[in-house]
Ligand binder design. Structure first.
Ligand code: IMP
Ligand code: MG
Length: 427
């Protein structure tokens, strides 16, 4: 295997940062290919916990090439801050490479994101407020600016000033927003351009050359399948392609080059933001899992909504991503809950359904059909192989395999790097 895509099978926050950090050790190149600073990846190395929004989690593996592909939207201010944060902590960032084709997020995108949400009131999406949606809107409207535009002061000024004035005018007319001072912003952003210039490279070439040479390339998805703009729970989605296909478009590699897709699934379900969540626990158990698992958004600090593991979603995810294995995380967090429950199907208008409904109104009416299983102890024993896992936990994993028809390739049983187990070779 030389090209492996890691994606989230649920609504994001499945623990992809931890799984990619583990696999990055076996990879030569690690690529972020979609999303933007809405993502929040937590990686624990020894005593230190790192929170990343844009830089690939592979940055903690010395000597590996880390790429931000064309499909990502970059907020230059956040990226520069993240580079400073990593450097301050002694992390070497010299192997970062940025696609010149990545679109940029500017202050007017952030303002628009928040004002659009306010206007929607109860119908808001609960976005991260980072300007990601409006930046992708501009990309598809073909008026976006890309990293390459920031590298030449003349070009940038000539493109940015009229665009920023137009945006500002629109926001003022529609929302009564304060005008953004385009001229004042130009120099500011050019200084970010100076900081980022050394990292800009032909990343499409870099990734394809690596594959030609038989190197291991890891594509690190952000968000999750149900937040995919095409295949997720629309309109409660993000504006990019967190499904596996997004790796090809967002990095510039052909689909024939992808060898395997690993789907990361938390042992229960969480969702931050609005929209239906059929297996949601609105009781003490949900509260207890949230507290035990520190289920608060990495980017926004919002409490995450919690529910039992939903295998309707996992079966759907397996289908739209072509999953070749599951990585189940947070088995330790679920320890101490007895019984544990698994959602095996939905009841919709009195009928049992096994497939994820395409309509969001139908999804909102679905009741989970739950199966009870024996739980395992809160104190998770140290484990190096599958056989070391508590018996009830192994039974739970076996049932997940049966219900999803997808093999479990990896498990995570704690925060430490050493608490990730590969049950089979991934690369
Ligand atoms: P946006 O991506 O900020 O536009 O937000 C759209 C939806 O995606 C909201 O429900 C967010 O909470 C959710 N979302 C975006 N990024 C992430 C993430 O990295 N993890 C979990 N949810 C996310
Ligand atoms: Mg996250």
């Amino acid at each position: 295997m030389s090209a492996v895509v890691v994606i989230g099978t649920q609504w994001g926050d499945e623990g992809k940062g931890k799984i990619t950090d583990y696999l990055a050790n076996q990879a030569d190149v690690i690529v972020r290919h979609q999303g933007g600073p809405n993502a929040g990846h937590t990686v624990v190395v020894g005593e230190q916990e790192y929170k990343l929004h844009l830089v690939p989690s592979g940055i903690f593996c010395p000597g590996k090439m880390c790429v931000i592909g064309n499909g990502v939207v970059i907020d230059p201010e956040i990226l520069v801050r993240e580079l400073d944060y990593l450097k301050d902590l002694g992390v070497d960032v010299s192997n970062l490479r940025l696609s010149p084709g990545a679109h940029l997020i500017f202050p007017y995108h952030v303002i628009q994101d928040r004002l659009d949400e306010d206007r929607k009131g109860l119908l808001r999406l609960g976005t991260t407020g980072r300007g990601v949606g409006p930046a992708y809107m501009d990309k598809f409207a073909r008026i976006g600016l890309r990293l390459m535009d920031l590298l030449d002061p003349e070009i940038f000024r000539s493109l940015f000033v009229p665009l920023c004035e137009h945006k500002s005018h629109m926001l003022e007319k529609v929302y009564g927003a304060e005008r953004v001072d385009a001229d004042a912003l130009v120099d500011h952003y050019l200084s970010y351009g100076d900081r980022l210039r050394p990292y800009v490279a032909d990343t499409v070439r870099l990734v394809n050359d690596a594959l030609d040479e038989g190197q291991h390339v890891l594509f690190e998805g952000a968000q999750g399948t149900l937040l995919d703009v095409d295949h997720g729970s629309y309109p409660y989605v993000t504006s990019s392609y967190p499904t596996a296909g997004g790796a090809c478009i967002g990095a510039g590699v052909g689909p024939t080059r992808i060898d395997r897709v690993i789907g990361v699934a938390k042992a229960y379900t969480t969702r931050v933001g609005d929209g239906p969540l059929p297996s949601e626990l609105k009781d003490d158990i949900g509260e207890a899992i949230r507290t035990r698992g520190h289920e608060f958004g990495t980017s926004t600090g919002r409490p995450r909504r919690v529910g039992w593991l939903d295998t309707v979603i996992l079966r759907y995810s397996a289908r739209v991503n072509g999953l070749g294995g599951l990585a189940v995380t947070r088995l330790d967090t679920l320890g101490g809950f007895d019984p544990v429950k698994i959602c095996t199907g939905y009841r919709y208008k009195g009928e049992r359904i096994a497939d994820f409904p395409s309509s969001i109104t139908a999804l909102a009416e679905c009741e989970p059909i739950l199966e009870e299983m024996e739980g395992w102890a809160a104190e998770f024993p140290p484990a190096e192989t599958e056989a070391d896992l508590p018996k009830a936990c192994r039974e739970y994993l076996k049932r997940v395999e049966e219900l999803t028809n997808c093999r479990i390739s990896m498990v995570s049983i704690g925060r430490e790097r050493t608490q990730t187990l590969a049950l089979e070779p991934i690369f």
